[in-house]
Design a protein around this ligand. Structure first.
Ligand code: SF4
Length: 348
């Protein structure tokens, strides 16, 4: 316990300290780690939790990431693509639920041209005055800049693993350097940057996880999503073991300690692995939840991993669960856009 207290006081946390903290198993030590992260979260954000409403606009993707259930090679999956009018209608529902950020998430689907997305961004801004997060994948700088100029506020692109070899192995048709080029360009285009990685990936060591945390620290994202790997039966990784919820919570707590005022969601993947993990996430450094507002007939088809929490219930009932979990964690829903707390100058 004494050793853990000393490690937690290190500023900044070194690679060795992170490794040691990731390996703790003792209940009291774990409690101390989560408590330290929660106290820092409350000092920065209070007890308020921001909600960001997600719409999964298309499950069509040209890529073949090894872990993903909507990869191009998945056959037998009914594919869908939401039309702009349907997306706007769903944005209205999110706004009515009192949420001020919409996240447009999709596979890399070229049907959504830069112009179409630009028009959609302008329509959302004009009609609903929402903060907009895009999570649409890899594009050239000119496209990122175009969408930013149209009014998009944030862009979410996870690096998934900072280990070049592991990344390349899991993403056979992506390029490690290209992913990091995108992350730099997203920042250069003036977005609030969201990134993150997965825990428990096949072939991922604890040392790699530590380096993922250090890569995040270097990137200084405005938001970081950290979720466990969950095997999908129709992918090359169907027989791999799922990530570990406790390990994910430890990584989340350490992310809070090193990233300070970065927004950190407690992810749906974590909740999928273990019911009510959202509450544990809110006690381990998270300050954001992203309720899914994808229309029900589409939501069950956005199967990046199986049995996604909330995928078989309506947005209203999922919101009820989330509200109860926030209350159970002793926190409350914070109104407002929930923009980045980081100085724009620090991001250039
Ligand atoms: S992880 Fe994203 S880019 Fe990769 S196959 Fe799935 S939807 Fe496409």
């Amino acid at each position: 316990m004494q050793e853990i207290t000393t490690l937690l006081r290190q500023e900044p946390l070194t690679e060795n300290a992170l490794l040691r903290l990731l390996e703790i198993r003792d209940e009291k030590d774990l409690e101390l780690l989560f408590d330290t992260a929660d106290r820092l979260t409350r000092r920065i954000f209070g007890r308020g939790v921001y909600l960001r409403g997600i719409i999964e606009i298309s499950n069509i993707c040209r890529r073949n990431c090894d872990y993903c259930g909507i990869r191009a090679a998945t056959s037998g999956l009914i594919r869908y693509r939401m039309q702009p009018e349907a997306i706007l209608q769903t944005v209205k529902t999110i706004r009515k639920a009192g949420i001020r950020t919409v996240v447009l998430q999709s596979g890399e689907d070229p049907w959504y041209t830069p112009e179409l997305i630009e028009n959609l961004i302008r329509a959302i801004k004009t009609k609903h005055r929402m903060a907009i997060t895009l999570s649409l994948g890899e594009y050239p700088f000119a496209v990122y800049r175009r969408w930013r100029e149209a009014g998009a506020d944030r862009y979410l692109l996870k690096f998934e693993s900072s280990d070049r070899d592991l990344y390349q192995k899991l993403h056979p048709d992506c390029d490690f350097d290209e992913r990091w080029r995108c992350l730099r360009d997203i920042r250069r285009a003036g977005y609030q940057l969201g990134s993150g990685f997965m825990t428990g990936l096949p072939g991922q060591s604890t040392e790699m996880l530590v380096r993922d945390l250090l890569a995040l620290a270097k990137l200084e994202p405005d938001m970081a999503g950290i979720g466990p790997f969950i095997p999908h039966p129709d992918t090359p990784l169907c027989n791999a073991a799922a990530g570990n919820p406790l390990q994910t919570l430890k990584v989340l707590a350490l992310a809070r300690l090193i990233l300070k005022n970065t927004h950190l969601p407690t992810t749906t993947a974590l909740e999928t692995l273990e019911h009510d993990s959202r509450i544990r996430g809110l006690h381990a450094g998270a300050n954001v939840i992203m309720p899914n507002f994808t229309p029900e007939n589409f939501k069950r088809l956005y199967t990046i991993y199986p049995h996604k929490a909330g995928s078989d219930s309506s947005a209203e009932s999922a919101m009820k669960t989330i509200k109860a979990q926030i209350r159970a964690a002793g926190k409350y829903i914070r109104k407002g856009y929930g923009h980045s707390l980081k100085e724009p100058a620090a991001k250039s």
